[in-house]
Design a protein around this ligand. Structure first.
Ligand SMILES: *Cc1c(COP(=O)(O)O)cnc(C)c1O
Length: 340
């Protein structure tokens, strides 16, 4: 695990973590088979474990969260159908328009409220009547956490109930649902209650190298499996990857609280620095607004001190299992010196 990356403190995303020795050992030891035939015991174990953890009948391992979300959209909706989704949602904004391009599914974006939710009145207003002029509204897709913000259980219950009353299915982009569950202090099952499907990312805060898992009913997952094959996501001895994911769920779930504490500490210390505005993190992500003229100089300093952050469109900081409290103290000093 040597190399240049080791010397950088990488706060761009929680996707940058590298597998620990124990995770690598689990991957090394994984029993494997051909998963396209359904023969990979480690993939099957991950799928069974995840389905049970989140309270669904079945689950499917996918190479990425983007593909896992797309599988859900394709399984829920057909050509000419429509899904309701947030303007800022990953499935709408950051997945290359896959639902429209590959599924002929029309997105109906709805402005996200400041707390990340979609207003119930906006959802209701966008459900189209049965009329040949309109696409058929089939699905409500929400995201939790969204931009690091946690949607509350009461809101989720209301939104999913509204969708179901109106005959829509519900999908949750739960790339960081484990962060949400830990923050809410509820079980994974409680965090996804009301959703017909959920996509869970293993390679973000949970720290696995690759993969997401889509959970849903048996028929939905059977349909998703057809699409996964068509999209080229049918992998062979994928158990090596699945074992890393299973290890992550079993051993690196509870420690997400540490990332939240580190983000809270980091943000509260940065908030003392004059001239910048710091958002209050709810989980492991926060944003820092810096006067435009300061950005260039800061970039050079971060380069020099080997700290990476996301700068566009806003400065974003993400804590994760490879950022220790000492690392964060160092970053606080760098920011403090720059603005001090
Ligand atoms: C990262 C992310 C995805 C996509 O996951 P990839 O594995 O990067 O394709 C989907 N939704 C949300 C909310 C994400 O943060």
């Amino acid at each position: 695990m040597s190399g240049l990356n080791e010397q950088w403190l990488d706060l761009r995303s929680d996707t940058v973590t590298r597998p620990s020795a124990a995770m690598r050992a689990a991957m090394h030891a994984a029993d494997v088979g051909d998963d396209v035939y359904g023969d990979d015991p480690s993939v099957n174990q991950l799928q069974d474990y995840t389905a049970d953890l989140f309270g669904y009948e079945a689950a499917l391992f996918a190479p990425s969260g983007t593909q896992s979300n797309l599988l859900a959209l394709l399984a829920h909706c057909g050509r000419g159908d429509e899904y309701l989704v947030g303007q800022d949602a990953h499935t709408y904004r950051y997945e290359g328009g896959g639902a429209a391009v590959l599924g002929s599914i029309q997105p109906q974006p709805i402005s996200n409220q400041p707390d990340g939710s979609l207003a119930l009145t906006d959802i209701a207003a966008q459900i189209k009547p049965d009329d040949i002029h309109f696409a058929r509204t089939r699905l409500l897709a929400l995201e939790n956490t969204i931009g690091g913000k946690v949607l509350g259980l009461e809101y989720l219950q209301q939104a999913t109930a509204l969708a179901h009353e109106r005959g829509l299915a519900t999908h949750l982009d739960g790339a960081r649902i484990c962060n949400a569950a830990v923050k809410l202090g509820v079980s994974p099952r409680a965090a996804v209650a009301g959703f017909d499907s959920v996509s869970v990312c293993l390679s973000k805060g949970l720290g696995a190298p690759v993969g997401s898992v889509l959970c849903g009913s048996k028929p939905l997952i059977a349909e998703a499996k057809r699409w996964r094959k068509m999209l080229g996501g049918g992998m062979r001895q994928a158990g090596i990857l699945a074992a890393g994911g299973l290890y992550a769920l079993q051993h690196q779930y509870a420690r997400l609280a540490e990332d939240h504490e580190n983000a809270a500490y980091f943000a509260s210390e940065l908030a003392k620095v004059k001239g910048i505005t710091v958002s209050t993190p709810q989980t492991n992500i926060f944003y820092v607004d810096i006067p435009a003229d300061a950005c260039r100089g800061l970039n050079d300093v971060l380069q020099l001190t080997r700290i990476r952050v996301s700068m566009a469109p806003r400065l974003r900081i993400v804590t994760h299992m490879d950022t220790s409290r000492d690392d964060i103290e160092r970053a606080i000093t760098v920011f403090g010196d720059f603005f001090g």
